[in-house]
Design a protein around this ligand. Structure first.
Ligand code: G3I
Length: 372
């Protein structure tokens, strides 16, 4: 090989070596940084050209907000999660970041960063935010249990918290779960707030929010309301008498952590008719449909996927038949991250599978949205 040729080969090798260096040292790390450092980049990278086998976004098929519980953890390290949230949903509910134990580490100390990131992301994707939840008996910060004071002191403590949070998000959070899970089937749940303030804490909380934010829609949220009509009646009686007393409650949230065919269609229709009788708004606030309550299955069979699809399609059709249904929120994106899998349980309760592909249930959900 002539000297000239040799130099050409050397030049090509040098170019190739420089190219490899650039890719390995600059391109790869920066791609990883963009994706994994999303939480520090307020705009959270996601693929604006994402699409999937559903052929359209879920929210494009509905004139009411179609939402999802937004996990700060999964959003930080999982672009598939962010792609689906940004494409399919136009309402976000922070799964945990707006709960008391996350926002209120000390009596006069508030921690806004994680929740603020979720609100920033929602605004970037033109989604509304449903605040979850101002007053709940779970995820109360430990320091609260060692607080001591009179009933009035406790009232002021809770009022200060509620109004500080609502003031911080005023104009950015369009609706709130003001109080969550305050009832058992036949009476008030014995929570720290019930114990320290008495049953008035529920009405107080709604009034405190309304004093700060005249526009946000205010909901009472609970589980077991679409399948346990005894509990539902007790809650609706309380809501009805509260509204008659001038308490600013706009609607009720059915969490709807249900299993397939429970509630059956007749029970669900019955439950919604009872809400209709009060003429208040209804949100399906935390929808997931368990398929393996008895632990009989170790794989998600085709039969199970079809059962779930048909059940979800019926469920959404019935829910959308009520004119005052104001939103439907899934409690997570993929089966892989469902709270139902905490503690090692195996279930497939959501619309997207472990690889974030739409399941038949997603097609059933979309069919129902398109039919209404
Ligand atoms: O953030 C901490 C982390 O720092 C720590 O290392 C880790 C291990 O202790 O815990 C993390 O907090 C966990 C949190 O989820 C965030 O991942 C809590 O332990 C865990 O209990 C919490 O679970 C949440 C649960 O509410 C709390 O009760 C679930 O994600 C959430 O899906 C679930 O959602 C509730 C609704 O808010 C109300 N309706 C019922 C629904 C299901 O329980």
């Amino acid at each position: 090989m002539g000297l000239g040729r040799l130099r050409d080969v050397e030049k090509k090798d040098n170019i190739l070596a420089i190219f490899i260096v650039i890719v390995v040292i600059i391109v790869l790390p920066s791609t990883i940084l963009i994706n994994y450092l999303g939480p520090f980049n307020k705009n959270f990278y996601y693929d604006p050209n994402y699409s999937d086998s559903l052929g359209q976004s879920l929210h494009s098929a509905s004139n009411i907000p179609i939402g999802v519980a937004y996990s700060a953890f999964h959003s930080k390290y999982n672009q598939k999660f962010r792609n689906i949230v940004a494409y399919h949903f136009n309402s976000l509910t922070p799964e945990n970041a707006m709960k008391m134990s996350f926002l209120w580490p000390g009596k006069d100390v508030y921690s806004w960063s994680e929740a603020d990131l979720i609100v920033d992301f929602a605004e970037r994707i033109n989604a509304t935010i449903h605040g979850h939840t101002l007053v709940w008996h779970s995820q109360v910060p430990q320091w609260v249990y060692s607080y001591s004071g009179t009933t009035e002191d406790w009232k002021n403590l809770l009022k200060t918290y509620v109004q500080t949070v609502v003031r911080h998000y005023k104009g950015r959070v369009q609706s709130w779960d003001v109080v969550n899970e305050a009832f058992e089937e036949d009476g008030f749940r014995d929570t720290i707030w019930y114990e320290k303030i008495g049953p008035t804490y529920i009405a107080d909380a709604f009034r405190w929010v309304r004093e700060v934010d005249p526009d946000a829609k205010l909901y009472y949220n609970d589980y077991g309301l679409c399948d346990d009509l005894i509990k539902l009646d007790y809650v609706l009686d309380f809501i009805n008498s509260s509204i008659l007393d001038g308490v600013p409650i706009d609607g009720i949230g059915f969490q709807a952590h249900i299993k397939y065919n429970d509630p059956d269609n007749a029970t669900l229709i019955n439950a919604i008719n009872r809400v209709k009788a009060l003429d208040i708004d209804l949100r399906i606030s935390e929808l997931d449909v368990r398929m393996n309550d008895d632990g009989n299955y170790d794989t998600f069979t085709y039969e199970l996927s079809q059962l779930q699809k048909d059940y979800i399609e019926d469920f959404i059709n019935i829910v959308l038949n009520y004119s005052k249904t104001t939103g439907i929120t899934l409690w997570g994106v993929s089966d892989a991250e469902s709270w139902h899998r905490m503690g090692g349980n195996l279930d497939w309760p959501l619309l997207f599978d472990e690889s974030y592909k739409p399941k038949p249930a997603a097609f059933g959900f979309l069919n129902a949205l398109k039919n209404n």
